[in-house]
Design a protein around this ligand. Structure first.
Ligand code: IMP
Ligand code: MG
Length: 180
């Protein structure tokens, strides 16, 4: 797939739609989890979503601490390699904490399953998952997200933190690349 200019990308979810959905998710999370959360942001793809989500959580009265982990299952292409590697670990101790694990897309489910298992093994009290997007068509592992922004079909999307070959993360909307 060629690199496209941002104007050639088909908008799937606009900036406004995303903003509205993030506010709704924050309200749901806040009413389910009124205590103090440790938001674990899975880099790199979810940093834009997480930045909006933690501010939405503050607006609805939930204060969250934040930490980051870098997990990788993709190379530079569009297919997952199937193996998840932890390339940058958390700083915080998760023992006894209520965790909200935030990632961009639930596709095969391997990344979330690996992250969830790792946090529980380290003694987290609870781990809820919050995904900007759910792509259920390619699921390989039995896992469902607790909170989902939008469900999508079997298509490759970019923008709002998501990349293709390290590009497009800064697009304010989520879209699909034109076919080759
Ligand atoms: P999983 O382990 O297969 O669930 O992988 C999910 C990860 O693959 C996400 O965190 C993304 O980084 C990446 N990914 C999956 N689908 C897409 C896509 O459509 N666009 C960009 N990245 C994607
Ligand atoms: Mg990712």
């Amino acid at each position: 797939m060629a690199i496209s200019t941002s104007s050639a990308i088909n908008v799937l979810f606009s900036e406004e739609e995303i903003a509205r959905r993030v506010e709704v998710l924050a309200r749901e999370i806040c009413s389910d989890e009124p205590g103090e959360l440790l938001v674990v942001v899975v880099l790199k793809g979810s940093f834009v979503f997480a930045a909006d989500l933690i501010r939405a959580l503050e607006r609805v009265g939930a204060s969250a601490q934040v930490d980051f982990v870098t997990l990788s299952s993709y190379g530079v292409g569009k297919k997952s390699t199937g193996t998840v590697t932890l390339t940058h670990d958390l700083v915080e101790d998760v023992k006894g904490r209520s965790i909200l694990l935030v990632d961009d897309i639930l596709e095969s489910g391997r990344t979330m399953a690996f992250a969830r298992k790792t946090l529980l093994e380290r003694g987290a009290d609870s781990v809820k998952t919050c995904l900007l997007l759910d792509k259920p068509a390619n699921r390989k592992v039995d896992i469902e997200a607790d909170y989902v922004g939008f469900s999508i079909g079997d298509e490759f999307v970019v923008g709002y933190g998501l990349d293709y070959a390290h590009r497009y993360r800064g697009l304010p909307f989520i879209g699909t690349l034109p076919a080759d």
